[in-house]
Write a protein that binds this ligand. Structure first.
Ligand code: SAH
Ligand code: SF4
Length: 358
């Protein structure tokens, strides 16, 4: 058995002040973690040695190591991160907008980034199009392992604490299947003395566990949700996402209607487009009907193929026709540009490539 220690990233500042005495030391340590991105007690210059030795027997600071990194030409960087027990998972650094410069080449608006984080090693949901599902479920990530992904990627990209960043829980795993640790991580991200990432900058993507959507709503954390819908009838959705049998389309739609959202915002529905499966106009028609009384926006995603998959990527013209139909019928609809397509950036694909596990 490998010995693992709790990470300091598991704790809110208040909790850390209970763990570490005197409490002003906890504040200093919190500052080292979130302002300086210190990975280790050794890096914390103003903390007495005796306290560092005592703490390092009980805790680890950053529980993650970067074991592989692939950079795409579009600025996307995909990380394979290893945890204390040797297990690995992925996090992705996404460049959403280039820096804006004026005529003198001075930057007047910095580039915008989003970090895509994992919540589990593997996944129980078992979607037939998803590589993460192939290896089955290994374990939940701790809150600290979720938080440390953002710290690690910000540090690696020299992205200072006060620069804004968005988080999407769209990496490996089903976030709502690890709700306690997810909720803790969301709260730790919000901490004023920490990374100060507001709930509105955090989006939880779910395959649609409708009872857990309700639970997340009841927690009233203020986060956005994105629903991985992918199909408009239960037969196809169950083929793609087997747990649709227990949480069918209408139960998801009802749960979304109950979910507390900012009245100015819309709920995102992700629709993975697979050639000859769900890329026809009659599906688009049904989608419009399904979402007619929800403040929704749709994000169409090209299926990203990998060796051994039975599914194919749709053609660009079918994708555009699908989008056009939705827009003409009053739905907001974007096509997710295939960020990092040259580095196998769909969920689970770097892990597969590096470890050849599955
Ligand atoms: N479990 C959550 C979040 C992680 S998956 C969920 O399912 O929503 C994040 C997104 O990646 C989902 O929308 C999922 O449908 C998508 N995805 C999985 N495999 C894919 C593939 N091969 N190509 C494109 N998108 C994929
Ligand atoms: Fe799990 Fe999401 Fe992959 Fe489905 S798409 S298996 S829910 S990670």
């Amino acid at each position: 058995m490998i010995e693992t220690k709790p990470s300091l990233y598991d704790f809110s500042l208040k909790e850390l002040m209970q763990e570490i005495q005197p409490s002003f030391r906890a504040k200093q340590i919190f500052n080292w973690m979130y302002h300086q991105y210190a990975d280790d007690f050794d890096d914390m210059k103003n903390i007495p040695n005796a306290l560092k030795v005592e703490l390092s027997q009980k805790y680890i600071v950053n529980p993650l190591n970067i074991v592989n990194k692939e950079e795409s030409t579009d600025g996307t960087i995909k990380y394979l991160l290893q945890m204390q027990d040797g297990k690995t998972m992925e996090a992705v650094w996404l460049k959403m907008k280039d820096a804006q410069t004026d005529e003198n080449g001075e930057v007047f608006q910095e580039a915008k980034y989003t970090i895509c984080v994992s919540t589990q090693v593997g996944c129980k949901v078992g979607c037939t199009f998803c590589l993460t599902a192939k290896g089955g479920f290994t374990r939940n990530l701790t809150a600290g392992e979720i938080v440390a992904q953002v710290v690690t990627l910000k540090k690696d990209n020299n992205h200072k604490r006060n620069r804004k960043i968005n988080i999407v829980y769209m990496g490996m795993g089903e976030p709502l299947d690890n709700l306690t640790n997810l909720a803790k991580a969301i709260e730790v991200f919000k901490e004023d003395e920490g990374l100060c990432i507001g709930a509105k900058r955090q989006t939880v993507s779910t395959s649609g566990l409708s009872n857990k959507i309700d639970k997340l709503g009841e927690m009233d954390l203020g986060v956005h949700i994105a629903i991985s819908l992918h199909a408009v009838d239960d037969e196809l959705r169950t083929e793609l996402i087997p747990m649709n049998k227990a949480h069918n389309i209408s139960s998801i739609i009802e749960a979304v209607k109950r979910f507390p959202i900012d009245t100015r915002k819309r709920v995102m529905f992700e629709y993975l487009v697979i050639k000859n499966k769900n890329d026809d106009i009659s599906s688009a028609k049904k989608l419009v009907k399904l979402l007619c009384d929800i403040k929704a926006k749709v994000n169409l995603i090209y299926f990203n193929p990998y060796p051994g998959t039975p599914y194919d990527r749709p053609t660009k013209s079918d994708m555009l026709a699908f989008q056009e139909y939705l827009i003409n019928h009053g739905l907001l609809c974007t096509i997710r540009d295939s960020k990092g397509i040259d580095i196998s950036a769909a969920c689970g694909q770097l892990k597969e490539k590096v470890e050849g596990e599955i």
